[in-house]
Ligand binder design. Sequence first.
Ligand code: IMP
Length: 209
Amino acid sequence: MKIVFATNNQHKLKEIRNILGDSFEVVSLSDIGCHEDIPETGKTLEENALMKAQYVYDHYHVNCFADDTGLEVDALDGAPGVYSARYAAAGSQQTGLSHDSEANMARLLRELGNNNNRKARFRTVIALIEKRNVCPCGCTSIKKVSQFEGIVEGEIIREKRGGEGFGYDPIFQPEGYDKTFAELGTDIKNSISHRARATQKLAEYLKTR
Ligand code: IMP
Protein backbone atom coordinates (compact mmCIF):
# COMPACT_ATOMS: atom_id res chain seq x y z
CA MET A 1 0.00 0.00 0.00
CA LYS A 2 1.25 3.46 -0.94
CA ILE A 3 0.72 6.26 1.55
CA VAL A 4 1.86 9.88 1.65
CA PHE A 5 3.44 11.32 4.78
CA ALA A 6 2.88 15.10 4.68
CA THR A 7 6.50 15.95 5.41
CA ASN A 8 9.85 16.42 3.73
CA ASN A 9 11.74 15.72 6.95
CA GLN A 10 14.06 12.83 6.02
CA HIS A 11 14.57 11.84 9.66
CA LYS A 12 10.83 11.40 10.20
CA LEU A 13 10.49 9.48 6.93
CA LYS A 14 13.26 7.09 7.88
CA GLU A 15 11.77 6.52 11.32
CA ILE A 16 8.31 5.71 9.99
CA ARG A 17 9.63 3.48 7.21
CA ASN A 18 11.56 1.48 9.81
CA ILE A 19 8.46 1.00 11.94
CA LEU A 20 6.09 0.23 9.06
CA GLY A 21 8.36 -2.17 7.21
CA ASP A 22 8.14 -3.25 3.59
CA SER A 23 4.38 -3.71 3.34
CA PHE A 24 3.96 0.07 3.03
CA GLU A 25 5.50 2.45 0.57
CA VAL A 26 5.72 5.74 2.48
CA VAL A 27 6.39 8.70 0.21
CA SER A 28 7.08 12.33 1.03
CA LEU A 29 5.51 15.57 -0.17
CA SER A 30 8.28 16.18 -2.69
CA ASP A 31 7.80 12.62 -4.01
CA ILE A 32 4.26 13.60 -5.08
CA GLY A 33 5.37 16.98 -6.41
CA CYS A 34 3.92 18.99 -3.54
CA HIS A 35 6.20 21.95 -2.92
CA GLU A 36 3.67 24.29 -1.37
CA ASP A 37 3.86 25.59 2.18
CA ILE A 38 0.95 23.77 3.81
CA PRO A 39 -0.85 26.03 6.30
CA GLU A 40 -0.46 25.16 9.98
CA THR A 41 -2.71 27.74 11.56
CA GLY A 42 -4.62 25.51 14.00
CA LYS A 43 -4.89 26.23 17.70
CA THR A 44 -4.23 22.62 18.70
CA LEU A 45 -1.92 19.83 17.58
CA GLU A 46 -5.00 17.89 16.47
CA GLU A 47 -6.19 20.75 14.24
CA ASN A 48 -2.77 21.23 12.67
CA ALA A 49 -2.21 17.54 11.93
CA LEU A 50 -5.67 17.28 10.38
CA MET A 51 -5.22 20.50 8.40
CA LYS A 52 -2.03 19.19 6.80
CA ALA A 53 -3.47 15.75 5.98
CA GLN A 54 -6.67 17.34 4.65
CA TYR A 55 -4.67 19.63 2.36
CA VAL A 56 -2.84 16.69 0.79
CA TYR A 57 -6.00 14.61 0.50
CA ASP A 58 -7.94 17.45 -1.16
CA HIS A 59 -5.21 18.41 -3.60
CA TYR A 60 -3.72 15.01 -4.45
CA HIS A 61 -6.58 12.54 -3.67
CA VAL A 62 -4.27 10.05 -1.95
CA ASN A 63 -4.21 8.17 1.36
CA CYS A 64 -2.09 10.32 3.60
CA PHE A 65 -1.13 11.25 7.14
CA ALA A 66 0.45 14.23 8.87
CA ASP A 67 1.87 14.85 12.32
CA ASP A 68 2.25 17.72 14.73
CA THR A 69 4.21 17.80 17.97
CA GLY A 70 4.36 20.10 20.95
CA LEU A 71 6.10 20.36 24.29
CA GLU A 72 3.52 20.97 27.03
CA VAL A 73 4.79 22.41 30.30
CA ASP A 74 2.39 22.18 33.25
CA ALA A 75 3.60 25.30 35.07
CA LEU A 76 3.10 27.31 31.86
CA ASP A 77 -0.46 26.07 31.32
CA GLY A 78 0.62 23.77 28.51
CA ALA A 79 2.84 26.27 26.66
CA PRO A 80 4.66 26.25 24.31
CA GLY A 81 2.39 23.44 23.02
CA VAL A 82 1.25 23.97 19.46
CA TYR A 83 3.62 26.97 19.22
CA SER A 84 6.74 24.96 20.15
CA ALA A 85 8.57 25.60 16.86
CA ARG A 86 8.10 29.37 17.08
CA TYR A 87 7.99 29.96 20.84
CA ALA A 88 10.79 32.54 20.90
CA ALA A 89 9.34 34.33 17.89
CA ALA A 90 5.86 34.72 19.40
CA GLY A 91 5.35 38.35 20.39
CA SER A 92 8.94 39.27 19.48
CA GLN A 93 9.88 42.01 16.99
CA GLN A 94 13.11 40.15 16.22
CA THR A 95 13.05 38.26 12.91
CA GLY A 96 14.50 34.80 12.22
CA LEU A 97 13.56 33.33 15.61
CA SER A 98 11.07 30.80 14.23
CA HIS A 99 12.53 27.28 14.53
CA ASP A 100 15.48 28.69 16.49
CA SER A 101 15.97 25.95 19.10
CA GLU A 102 18.45 27.92 21.21
CA ALA A 103 16.12 30.90 21.42
CA ASN A 104 13.13 28.63 22.13
CA MET A 105 14.95 26.86 24.99
CA ALA A 106 16.20 30.16 26.40
CA ARG A 107 12.66 31.53 26.50
CA LEU A 108 11.30 28.37 28.12
CA LEU A 109 13.97 28.39 30.85
CA ARG A 110 13.36 32.10 31.39
CA GLU A 111 9.58 31.67 31.69
CA LEU A 112 9.98 28.76 34.12
CA GLY A 113 12.57 30.58 36.23
CA ASN A 114 13.00 28.88 39.58
CA ASN A 115 9.60 27.22 39.50
CA ASN A 116 9.95 23.81 41.13
CA ASN A 117 7.12 22.34 39.09
CA ARG A 118 9.13 21.23 36.03
CA LYS A 119 6.65 18.61 34.81
CA ALA A 120 6.26 18.48 31.02
CA ARG A 121 5.46 16.15 28.18
CA PHE A 122 6.06 15.85 24.47
CA ARG A 123 2.87 15.03 22.62
CA THR A 124 2.57 13.98 18.99
CA VAL A 125 -0.69 13.74 17.09
CA ILE A 126 -0.91 11.93 13.76
CA ALA A 127 -3.96 12.43 11.52
CA LEU A 128 -4.61 9.78 8.87
CA ILE A 129 -7.05 10.22 5.99
CA GLU A 130 -7.94 7.22 3.87
CA LYS A 131 -10.18 6.68 0.92
CA ARG A 132 -12.27 3.62 1.73
CA ASN A 133 -14.30 1.81 -0.90
CA VAL A 134 -17.89 1.32 0.22
CA CYS A 135 -18.56 -0.92 -2.77
CA PRO A 136 -15.90 -3.55 -3.59
CA CYS A 137 -15.85 -2.40 -7.23
CA GLY A 138 -14.71 1.07 -6.09
CA CYS A 139 -17.72 2.92 -7.52
CA THR A 140 -18.48 4.53 -4.14
CA SER A 141 -15.97 5.58 -1.55
CA ILE A 142 -15.89 7.47 1.74
CA LYS A 143 -13.24 9.46 3.48
CA LYS A 144 -12.12 7.99 6.81
CA VAL A 145 -10.25 10.13 9.34
CA SER A 146 -8.32 8.63 12.28
CA GLN A 147 -6.02 10.16 14.88
CA PHE A 148 -3.19 8.62 16.91
CA GLU A 149 -1.48 10.15 19.92
CA GLY A 150 1.94 9.50 21.45
CA ILE A 151 3.07 10.99 24.76
CA VAL A 152 6.32 10.91 26.70
CA GLU A 153 6.21 12.38 30.20
CA GLY A 154 9.23 14.05 31.75
CA GLU A 155 10.63 17.23 33.21
CA ILE A 156 12.39 20.40 32.14
CA ILE A 157 15.83 20.54 33.71
CA ARG A 158 17.45 23.85 34.74
CA GLU A 159 20.42 23.86 32.34
CA LYS A 160 20.97 22.32 28.93
CA ARG A 161 22.74 18.94 28.80
CA GLY A 162 23.81 16.81 25.83
CA GLY A 163 24.63 17.39 22.20
CA GLU A 164 22.39 15.04 20.23
CA GLY A 165 18.88 15.38 18.90
CA PHE A 166 17.18 18.66 18.09
CA GLY A 167 14.64 21.17 19.37
CA TYR A 168 14.13 21.04 23.14
CA ASP A 169 16.07 17.77 23.59
CA PRO A 170 18.87 19.26 25.78
CA ILE A 171 16.39 20.43 28.45
CA PHE A 172 13.91 17.53 28.43
CA GLN A 173 14.54 14.56 30.70
CA PRO A 174 12.08 11.69 30.14
CA GLU A 175 10.53 10.01 33.18
CA GLY A 176 12.58 7.06 34.45
CA TYR A 177 15.89 8.38 33.07
CA ASP A 178 18.58 10.61 34.54
CA LYS A 179 19.68 11.86 31.14
CA THR A 180 18.09 14.30 28.71
CA PHE A 181 16.94 13.28 25.24
CA ALA A 182 20.08 14.99 23.93
CA GLU A 183 22.26 12.77 26.17
CA LEU A 184 20.37 9.52 25.62
CA GLY A 185 21.13 9.45 21.89
CA THR A 186 18.95 8.66 18.92
CA ASP A 187 18.48 4.91 19.44
CA ILE A 188 17.10 5.18 22.97
CA LYS A 189 15.17 8.35 22.21
CA ASN A 190 13.53 6.81 19.16
CA SER A 191 12.46 3.76 21.15
CA ILE A 192 10.55 5.80 23.79
CA SER A 193 9.70 9.08 22.10
CA HIS A 194 6.28 10.66 21.64
CA ARG A 195 6.67 10.40 17.86
CA ALA A 196 7.69 6.73 18.03
CA ARG A 197 4.66 5.96 20.22
CA ALA A 198 2.22 7.72 17.89
CA THR A 199 3.86 6.14 14.87
CA GLN A 200 3.64 2.70 16.48
CA LYS A 201 -0.11 3.17 16.94
CA LEU A 202 -0.47 4.24 13.31
CA ALA A 203 1.54 1.20 12.20
CA GLU A 204 -0.62 -1.19 14.24
CA TYR A 205 -3.76 0.34 12.74
CA LEU A 206 -2.46 0.19 9.16
CA LYS A 207 -1.30 -3.39 9.52
CA THR A 208 -4.70 -4.61 10.71
CA ARG A 209 -7.04 -2.49 8.60
P1 IMP B 1 7.02 19.18 14.57
O1 IMP B 1 5.53 19.24 14.63
O2 IMP B 1 7.54 17.78 14.55
O3 IMP B 1 7.60 20.04 13.49
O4 IMP B 1 7.54 19.78 15.95
C1 IMP B 1 7.29 21.13 16.34
C2 IMP B 1 8.39 21.61 17.25
O5 IMP B 1 8.38 20.86 18.47
C3 IMP B 1 9.80 21.44 16.71
O6 IMP B 1 10.18 22.54 15.92
C4 IMP B 1 10.63 21.33 17.98
O7 IMP B 1 10.89 22.61 18.50
C5 IMP B 1 9.69 20.62 18.93
N1 IMP B 1 9.94 19.16 18.90
C6 IMP B 1 9.21 18.23 18.23
N2 IMP B 1 9.70 17.00 18.44
C7 IMP B 1 10.78 17.16 19.26
C8 IMP B 1 11.72 16.24 19.81
O8 IMP B 1 11.68 15.03 19.61
N3 IMP B 1 12.67 16.79 20.59
C9 IMP B 1 12.77 18.11 20.85
N4 IMP B 1 11.93 19.00 20.34
C10 IMP B 1 10.93 18.54 19.55
